[in-house]
Design a binder for this molecule. Sequence first.
Ligand code: 9YW
Length: 447
Amino acid sequence: AGGRRPVRYARPTLAARAARVLRDNDTGAVITAAPRLYPHMWSWDAAFISIGLARLDLPRAVAELETLFKAQWRNGMVPHIVFTDDDAYFPGPDRWGTDTAVDGPRNVRTSGICQPPVHAIAVQRMVEIARTSSPEERADAERFARSIWPALYSWHRWLVEYRTPGSSGLIAIVHGWESGMDNSPRWDVPYAAVNPGDELPPYVRKDVRVIGDPSERPTDKEYDRYLWLIEEMRRAGYDQKEIVRRSSFLVGDVFITALFAVSCDVLIELGTEFGQDEDKLADLALWASRARDAVAASCHSVSGMARDRDLRANRWLDTQTIAGFAPLLCGGAPDEVQLRLLSLLDSDRWCGHPGLLAPVPPSVSPMRPGFNPRQYWRGPQWPVVNWLFGWAFERRGWHERARKLREAGLRLTDDGAFGEYYEPFSGEPLGSTDQSWTAAVVLDWLC
Ligand code: 9YW
């Protein structure tokens, strides 16, 4: 392979292609995360997809989030996958075995873990977009925001109630998949302590059949650990308290915590506008401030980078990845830390690296040992992550920075392949092509 970027599409054509990807990935019931590799609904993908769809078809965007929230567990958790009938993906619903979970949803099959809480952000963005459209769309979007608000609140409450163990204040994940950055080096140390038992039921991976080059995907050893954690949860009957008490993996995730803080702010804005309960707004304010403090407290004293915390081994995880810039998403770190992070982000270690096709932050710094430009969350650039930083920068009033990220994101994706992730030097699309969330963020950048 290597560096095939045959064309650069002009913006109107790129937008039309992105719209077609979302339409083609629509099964009628859900918009799958990707056509072959991921034939189901993923939680944070659905949020981004709704943002892109809001430009094309607001009712369809609303339906997408409604489908996700119909699968919300009775305790408030929004599951990371809502399964369709397609059996081309492993692990599917039988392997997860959530059907008998006490808190599971009825009438729909889901996985038993969650993903980053970006849904409030999506709802607010949908309202903003609808307001630039017709009065009817505006009214529909506002009605939707009002009706989904309580479900968003209970999702946030679940994260606080079940996932803030210990004193770090960070939101904890019990599986690397919950972070959305599956095989990031962030999780190497905590995963090293996960020992798949002899009782790990046998399995056959399906992802490597779709992706021709297995070296772009997590290894089999990594998969054993992923599957072992599922086995542990299954055995615990998906009892969250029990899982947090005992599972072999428990890590405070600084990126999720930052997204949670800013999503709470967004929920407060929506709730204030749409007349929600004062007590709930006060809860959200408290949660946001605790989360922000936790992110600030995680920052390394020299580099300024935010750190995850291994809550089993009680230690900070110093791996430098894109997640280290979490304080830029939510604010709250001291000014000098923020300035250090911004200049680091601009430096040749990150976006300013002279070899990059586009100045989009890679998942891992190209200067870091172990950086792999082709392997999933170990080096490639992910358009959605770029979108999140651009969105946050705009919100924080850093318009020029936001504009630059948008332009960089469009430069990376103007090949029209809508790659799942990109090789940062050649810009080669990797993983799946026609990935829905990539098409969605491109649409949002273009409009
Ligand atoms: C998997 C769907 C998902 C994303 C994750 C990404 C990948 C699925 O694809 O995980 O089986 O490994 O890491 O963030 O939601 O796009």
